[in-house]
Design a protein around this ligand. Structure first.
Ligand code: GUN
Length: 295
């Protein structure tokens, strides 16, 4: 039996439609959610992400403010820009694209963003709020994964979840979200002993390590739901192609459901960024939480 394919592209379109509906409702009160994206330098992958973010922000009717800064921009100048965006009432969400150049301290930059505008959910205030079960801004990729898991399973209560990868952007917040939904959660990483056997205990397996096709079908419990967060570019003849952290061909034969790469988690990340911007805008204006966009 082959797994059901979880269509992240279609799900992301549904989330964007919900966002657009909320945005048009806000327009009737003369409120336009605004997202500021800051990019320092010319990293080609970051440029693509930032372009897509700006395009989709405008498509759902929100205001997009792009700040493309020279690679030699000083940390002080970047912090000054963030202070201006923090104070700007037209800006409800601020995202500084990572990685930043080496001469800039990313932690310092993330700490400078007003937590209420931190649509990435990377500020330590939001990390702490999430960890203590309080209302937070939730990192976009884990939020998208959770939405897909809830859609598939309804309740995650009592399920065994294994998160492979312990990054601040995906692994740790993903584990917090699963715990909040009453799953039994284990975080695996490069030092984990017998990681394959551990993964085979998972009803929900999240792969977020950034190693192409590391997780093969024999690591997967039959019927498990596999969420592949990896986006790895690998050689393919003269060209390159995108693969996940999961070896799709063998995993699809064992899993009950699986996200493909591309077309799985990736599209959900930007959709959740738009959702977070609407949430931040509603909170800033003292309005109720937008339904279907927050958790
Ligand atoms: N770089 C790669 N992923 C992300 C993300 O989710 N947010 C930001 N700000 N930078 C990134």
């Amino acid at each position: 039996m082959t797994a059901d394919i979880i269509d992240g592209k279609a799900f992301a379109a549904t989330v964007r439609a919900r966002v657009a509906e909320h945005v048009s409702r806000l327009a009737k009160q003369s409120i336009t959610p605004g997202l500021a994206v800051v990019l320092v330098g010319e990293d080609p992958a970051s440029q693509v992400y930032v372009r897509n973010k700006g395009k989709q922000t405008v498509e759902v009717g929100m205001a997009s403010f792009e700040h493309k800064l020279d690679v030699n921009t000083s940390e002080a100048d970047l912090l000054a820009l963030i202070a201006r965006l923090n104070a700007d009432p037209a800006v409800h969400g601020i995202l500084c694209q990572l990685p930043v150049p080496d001469h800039i301290d990313a932690d310092k930059v993330l700490a400078a963003i007003d937590p209420a505008k931190d649509v990435d959910g990377f500020h330590i205030s939001n990390v702490g709020l999430l960890a203590t079960g309080q209302k937070a801004m939730v990192p976009c990729t884990p939020l998208g994964c959770l939405m897909m898991l809830r859609e598939r399973h309804g309740s995650l209560s009592g399920m065994n979840a294994v998160v492979v990868g312990r990054s601040n952007i995906v692994g740790k917040p993903m584990a917090q979200l699963l715990l909040r939904d009453s799953a039994t959660v284990t975080i695996a990483h490069s030092r984990t002993r017998d990681i394959e056997a551990l993964c085979r205990t998972a009803d929900i397996l999240i792969a977020a390590v950034g190693r192409p096709q590391m997780i093969t079908g024999d690591w997967i419990k039959p019927g498990a739901t596999v969420i592949d967060v990896g986006i790895n570019r690998v050689p393919n003849g003269e060209k390159t192609r995108l693969v996940g952290d999961v070896d799709f061909a063998s995993a699809v034969e064992v899993a009950g459901a699986i996200t493909p790469v591309p077309g799985g988690v990736g599209p959900m990340t930007i959709a959740c960024l738009l959702a977070n911007t609407v949430t931040a805008c509603c909170r800033a204006n003292g309005l109720p939480e937008p339904e279907g966009l927050t958790i």
